[in-house]
Design a protein around this ligand. Structure first.
Ligand code: PRX
Length: 635
């Protein structure tokens, strides 16, 4: 793989040019550096109008042979995963490629022993412990499809995801440590399991010694199951286009979208981008602080780094425990060379005293990364100056659950960086900036602002929304003809650098978490005293965005603080604590168009305290409501 690493700006330009002139030849060469059981017959077949994208058709492989087996001979003893616990007094775990290979194979046999076969869906609801990595790779080993649900989600969020894809087995842990708190995951699962008829078996990893409620015949302990199987498990032969995993992401309507990623293209895309964006060298230690419950963890804690043979750090805890120096302490302790985190974490840490940084030796750091939301100028400089000491390129990586891999980003140390800009597209990525008339703005030498689309397929694009191809078509392929629409707005400078300005749909990114306002509205509407509500985002200096809920109550109901707390709790219980609105304003009506649509644009402006120019309100059915809402707005 290393010979495909771009090493100079001229090489970047050459690779980019080749990738647009002859994308098939470009990706063929990269794909050839992986282990295939059988080479593909056709590199690419696509039609964004259908939409349909197929890469490396006829190719046979198993991604775990690329993440594990192929490294054994040369670097079996190299550390694959360093696990850092929540509590700094607990010991770190170092797992070599050989050990990981054995653990994955063995657990793959546990899955088989519990009736799981190729194509079956397995839900993982687990803390950030190595067993999560082992379980996901074990699924991939036998061709089962993993669906990982972030362990901060509520029981009803788990149940709806399990039911949407018909998972047969659930893997969880009894408890999880999160800072000073301990959360009982099994109890949350038990609640979900009351409404998930497809689940036959639950495997429970004991993270703590606390007693765990187990249901006879259904629930089994991880360690007991391991005793029943041996350690050899041949890798299932998968077609390049066989499903690797489903990962749910929020959408503009209430129901989350189960994005489907397939085996070959995802592997090629994540590994190529990992190697190039971060420019790792042999003994480097790479740490991505994301949770594996999100796409960043899938692609850049597990699949990309392991396929590249890197040492990847997994951290169980949070940046503020036991104090705000925890991230920097870990960088120091493990000699982290590459550190990849989210702007929300940077902003939260930048608010603390610099002594938390200065106490630790950060001289091992070479590259810093940012992902998940726009990084503001202040946070960028704080990160660059205080963490990178001005010596580490900051790679601001733009991509999405749907894109599977990084799309627009600097190549560390090779292409120029610019504060707040994700900069240039990676080779293989053909962005298009679209104006308000739906036309592409083609002049790369003049600055422009518009909406971001992609003109040509890349290997790791999600292939569909599980069980709803029509929705896939509508959400991503109907805004612009024959293009993928990202849902993001973007600015491009006169040298072709992109800055992502944020979502242009009803998705709000709160602390780096993608939340659909419709899902939260549905939760609030469930309250017996609520007639209707509207949820919008507003700027927040740490979270990036926070949520503001406008709620209409029934006439005979008093708006009280108690009611506010009940509504917040309802959201927390139904969606998850991350979705809790910061502000709730009780209103007597919502601004609506004549066709009955809530005019969120106005609500967003009021929530953001940006009311000087509310724009055209002439199409409103009830313009008088705006004054009332503005007067009582919560500042
Ligand atoms: O709005 C963009 C923002 O995050 C969205 C994708 O969220 P999700 O699917 O959860 O994946 C997050 C991790 C890849 C995008 O549509 N986003 C992601 N990275 C950036 C970003 N916005 C600005 N700059 C980024 N670097």
């Amino acid at each position: 793989m290393k010979n495909l690493q771009i090493k100079t700006f001229a090489e970047y330009k050459k690779a980019y040019q080749k990738s647009t002139e002859n994308p098939e030849a470009f990706w063929d060469e990269i794909a050839s550096t992986f282990t295939w059981k059988k080479k593909w017959d056709k590199t690419l077949e696509w039609d964004f109008r259908k939409p349909e994208v197929k890469w490396f058709q006829g190719g046979k492989l198993n991604i775990t042979e690329n993440c594990l087996d192929r490294h054994l001979e040369e670097q079996g003893n190299k550390t694959a995963i360093i696990w850092e616990p929540n509590d700094p007094d607990e010991e770190s775990r170092y797992i070599s490629y050989r050990q990981l290979f054995v653990k994955v194979s063995r657990f793959a046999n546990v899955l088989k022993n519990n009736g799981i076969k190729k194509g079956d869906k397995v839900c993982l609801y687990m803390p950030m412990i190595p067993e999560l990595a082992i379980a996901m790779l074990a699924c991939a080993r036998i061709g089962a499809v993993h669906s990982i649900v972030f362990a901060g989600f509520s029981s009803s969020a788990i149940a709806s995801r399990i039911n949407d894809s018909g998972c047969k087995l659930l893997i969880t842990a009894n408890e999880v440590y999160r800072g000073s708190k301990r959360v009982n995951l099994k109890d949350i699962c038990d609640e979900a399991l009351e409404n998930t008829p497809s689940i036959e078996t639950v495997i429970v990893y004991r993270r703590t010694v606390e007693p765990t409620s187990m249901k006879e015949g259904r629930d089994k302990f991880w360690f007991d199951e391991l005793q029943k199987v041996d350690k050899d498990c041949a890798a299932e032969e998968m077609d390049a286009e066989d499903m690797l995993f489903i990962l749910y992401t929020s959408g503009s309507t209430g129901k989350p979208k189960g994005m489907v990623h397939t085996t070959g293209g995802y592997m090629v895309g994540t590994t190529y981008t990992f190697e190039n964006v971060f420019q790792l060298e042999k003994n480097d230690v790479y740490w991505c602080t994301a949770d594996i419950g999100w796409i960043t963890g899938h692609s850049y804690i597990i699949y990309g780094p392991l396929a590249a043979g890197a040492t990847t750090v997994m951290f169980e805890g949070i940046p503020s425990y036991p104090d705000y120096g925890r991230f920097w302490e870990i960088c120091d302790k493990l000699n982290v060379t590459h550190f990849y985190t989210a702007p929300t974490a940077i902003r939260a840490l930048a608010k603390q005293s610099l002594k938390f940084v200065e106490q630790h030796d950060l001289s091992s750091l070479k590259v810093l990364g940012s992902v998940g939301e726009p990084i503001n100028e202040e946070a960028w400089h704080w990160y660059n100056d205080n963490i990178g000491k001005g010596n580490c390129p900051v790679v601001d990586t733009w991509w999405q659950t749907e894109t599977g891999a990084i799309m627009i980003s600097p190549v560390a140390g090779i292409t120029p960086t610019r504060p707040t800009f994700a900069t240039l597209p990676l080779p293989g990525v053909q962005p298009a900036l679209m104006d308000e008339n739906g036309k592409e703005i083609t002049n790369l030498h003049e600055k422009a602002e518009g909406r971001l689309a992609i003109k040509f397929p890349w290997p790791s694009i999600a292939r569909t929304i599980y069980g709803n191809h029509q929705r896939y078509k509508e959400v991503y392929f109907s805004a612009y003809e024959n293009m993928y629409f990202t849902g993001d707005g973007s600015y491009r400078d006169a040298t072709g650098n992109y800055r992502i300005t944020g979502r242009v749909d009803d998705v709000v990114i709160v602390s780096g978490h993608n939340l659909g306002t419709a899902t939260i509205e549905n939760a609030i509407d469930e309250h017996q005293n609520v007639v209707e509500c509207a949820v919008v985002g507003f700027p927040h200096d740490v979270k990036g965005n926070a949520l503001y809920a406008y709620v209409i109550l029934y006439d005979d109901v008093e708006p009280t603080e108690k009611l506010e707390s009940e509504i917040k709790k309802l959201v927390s219980d139904t969606v998850g604590p991350i979705a809790k609105p910061d502000k709730i304003q009780f209103v007597s009506g919502l601004p609506k168009t004549r066709s009955g649509k809530i005019m969120r644009r106005i609500l967003r402006k009021i929530a953001s305290n940006d009311t000087d120019n509310l724009g055209d309100t002439s199409t409103l059915l009830n313009p008088e409501i705006i004054d009332e809402i503005m007067q009582e707005a919560k500042r």
